[in-house]
Design a protein around this ligand. Structure first.
Ligand SMILES: Nc1ncnc2c1ncn2[C@@H]1O[C@H](COP(=O)(O)OP(=O)(O)OP(=O)(O)O)[C@@H](O)[C@H]1O
Ligand SMILES: [Mg+2]
Length: 273
């Protein structure tokens, strides 16, 4: 069963988990294909992601989930098809251009500057947003930019890392590194966040803290696509689930609808994983 939650009163807040979102699409994927040699890794994917929603992508190992996300962020160029973000094509754009449009990706290993403090890590993200393009100037001390530092402190407080703000990032626990990475995405004002197995390898405790944090940042209207094997996470967060198998979308709907779909059961059993 999906968690029963009270609908969020704030504007821009997503509908509760398990309720199909109705808003306009922030991302539209049309007829996407990607072939690696003889393997059709992405096979005619059509998918809309509603603004402000949490959209999960599940499927057996090798289904093409990570490849799909890599196409969205510009790490892999699709062969054919179209990707529209806020109505404009991002297909074929370089990764940094896509990031500038407001798409961010959380990797399985957190992407942070390990030798820098939490405040410095988040300040860099706030500065990169303000300047439009990341340009690191080693001559200008980071604290010369007070507004970005203040924003960093505020974001660190929101994710529950305020008391560790002067600690070097490498000393954080795995769960806290993930929180820091999400703080970086908030400070960079990402509109669409792509998460590839964000709770992989985490304890149940850290997984639940990550779920809470992802809910919190959803209340700010940030749209998310989450690849996830952990059904507890999918059912706790997602309004909509798309199931991939052999590069194609084989089912799509609420977590409850997808769970009961015989094609989905077959795909998982057939995948022998
Ligand atoms: N760069 C690449 N070159 C060749 N084949 C690739 C490449 N990247 C992925 N593949 C293949 O494409 C298929 C889809 O891989 P992908 O990593 O997208 O699957 P996945 O759904 O993310 O799987 P998992 O659940 O194991 O993470 C696999 O068969 C994989 O071996
Ligand atoms: Mg993967």
């Amino acid at each position: 069963m999906a968690d029963v939650q009270t609908p969020q009163p704030e504007t821009g807040a997503p509908p509760p988990a398990g309720t199909l979102p109705t808003g306009e699409a922030i991302l539209q994927v049309k007829g996407l294909n990607k072939r690696f040699g003889g393997l059709q890794a992405i096979n005619n994917i059509n998918l809309d992601v509603a603004k402000g929603s949490i959209h999960a992508i599940i499927g057996p190992n090798g289904a093409g989930k990570s490849t799909f996300l890599n196409c969205l962020i510009g790490l892999i160029e699709p062969d054919t098809g179209e990707i529209l973000f806020e109505g404009k094509s991002i297909k074929g754009l370089k990764q940094h251009r896509i990031i500038q449009r407001g798409i961010a990706r959380v990797f399985q290993t957190p992407q942070i500057f390990p030798g820098m403090s939490l405040t410095e890590n988040v300040t860099i993200a706030a500065l990169s947003k303000r300047d439009g393009e990341f340009r690191f100037n080693p001559v200008t001390p980071l604290n010369a930019s007070n507004s970005a530092t203040e924003e960093a402190q505020s974001v660190l407080a929101q994710v529950g890392l305020a008391d560790q703000r002067d600690v070097e990032a490498e000393h954080l626990s795995r769960g806290d590194k993930r929180r820091l990475e999400l703080a970086i995405c908030i400070a960079a004002h990402a509109k669409l966040l792509l998460l590839d197995e964000p709770t992989a390898g985490m304890s149940r405790h850290d997984t639940n803290r990550t779920i809470d944090l992802l809910r919190l940042i959803s209340e700010k209207g940030m749209t998310k696509i989450v690849i996830e094997h952990d059904m507890h996470v999918v059912f706790s967060l997602a309004q909509r689930v798309s199931v991939l198998a052999q590069g194609a979308v084989i089912a799509d709907g609420t977590p409850e609808e997808v769970r009961g779909n015989p094609k989905v059961k077959e795909a998982y059993l057939g995948g022998a994983h």
